[in-house]
Design a protein around this ligand. Structure first.
Ligand code: PMP
Length: 288
């Protein structure tokens, strides 16, 4: 049985799932998306993801031609058609077909695409031994250019950073904002632990307001761990006791080396491990 892909009301076999080359999603990266996890048949933080999709769309003046409930139903239908109970959903809304001009108002029919896949995690050794990061020269998008809060189809800013870290032989990149403060990684938010306190860059630093990020902040506070948002420099990263990344696909992944500096004792730290365990409990249990 082949993979079925949802496009605007219909399910297509993977090889038949096509959109036009005139779709501005392709021509200009004009559209928005979400990456969502399914655990035990439940769509994790479903409402938060759908709300963020609608916020992203609203920010680029894109009217999604479906209601929130219709989107959720379409995701459930696609999961069912693919018999996915544990996996990943890619939800995409493109601007739709236009002409070769930039004009988004000539695009009359946004496409809603839903692709499901089995779970994609980093290799297990990253979770056991921790990841290495490098800071890259590509600056995170200025919030007044393309706000990083918009989860848009234009990911070139992140792709350029990814190329830089891969060239350095490292999987993930620390991106700084235009003022030199730490923003986030190419597909994940970043956290440090210092003196028992959890710290992460604030939204104004120019980041995607990660859903895993907010789950982790809530889990930390519920466990009595002080959790704050604050501007941080690379110095703060280097002298952190612990560091980890959060994201829908990655969940929580420890970081043990940044720009060749060892973080803490070079192994995933106790607070990171505790949060990883709490997160696992959350996704195994009553995920909404
Ligand atoms: N930052 C960026 C740039 C991302 O693309 C993502 C999502 N992969 C995240 C952070 C993490 O967000 P979330 O926890 O909502 O997946």
């Amino acid at each position: 049985m082949g993979l079925k892909v949802y496009i605007s009301g219909d399910l297509y076999e993977r090889d038949e799932a096509r959109i036009s080359v005139f779709d501005h999603g392709l021509l200009y990266g004009d559209g928005v998306f979400e990456g969502i996890r399914v655990y035990g048949g439940r769509i994790f933080r479903c409402r938060e993801h759908v709300d963020r999709l609608f916020d992203s769309a609203h920010a680029i003046a894109l009217d999604i031609p479906m209601t929130r409930d219709e989107i959720v139903d379409a995701m459930r239908r696609t999961l069912e058609a693919n018999s996915v109970t544990d996996g990943y959903i890619r939800l995409v809304v493109t601007r739709g077909v236009g002409d070769l001009s930039l004009d988004p108002y000539r695009c009359r029919d946004p496409r809603v695409i839903i692709i499901t896949d089995s779970i994609q995690l980093y290799p297990p050794e990253y979770y056991d031994q921790g990841l290495e990061l490098v800071t890259v020269a590509t600056v995170r998008n200025h919030p007044n250019a393309v706000s990083p809060r918009i989860k848009s189809l234009n990911y070139l800013n992140n792709t350029l950073a990814k190329i830089e870290c891969m060239q350095a032989g490292v999987e993930e990149a620390v991106m700084l904002n235009k003022d030199g403060y730490v923003a986030e990684c190419t597909g994940d938010n970043i956290f440090i632990v210092k003196g028992g306190r959890l710290e992460t860059p604030p939204v104004h630093a120019g980041i995607l307001e990660g859903i895993t990020r907010s789950v982790v902040m809530d889990l930390a506070r519920a466990a009595g761990i002080d959790a704050v948002e604050r501007d941080m420099t690379r110095f703060d990263l280097y002298v952190a006791d612990e560091c980890f990344l959060t994201g829908t696909a990655a969940e929580i992944v420890p970081v043990v080396r940044i720009d060749s500096r060892q973080i803490g004792d070079g192994r995933p730290g106790p607070v990171t491990q505790k949060l990883m365990a709490l997160f696992r409990e959350q996704t195994a249990g009553k995920a909404d």
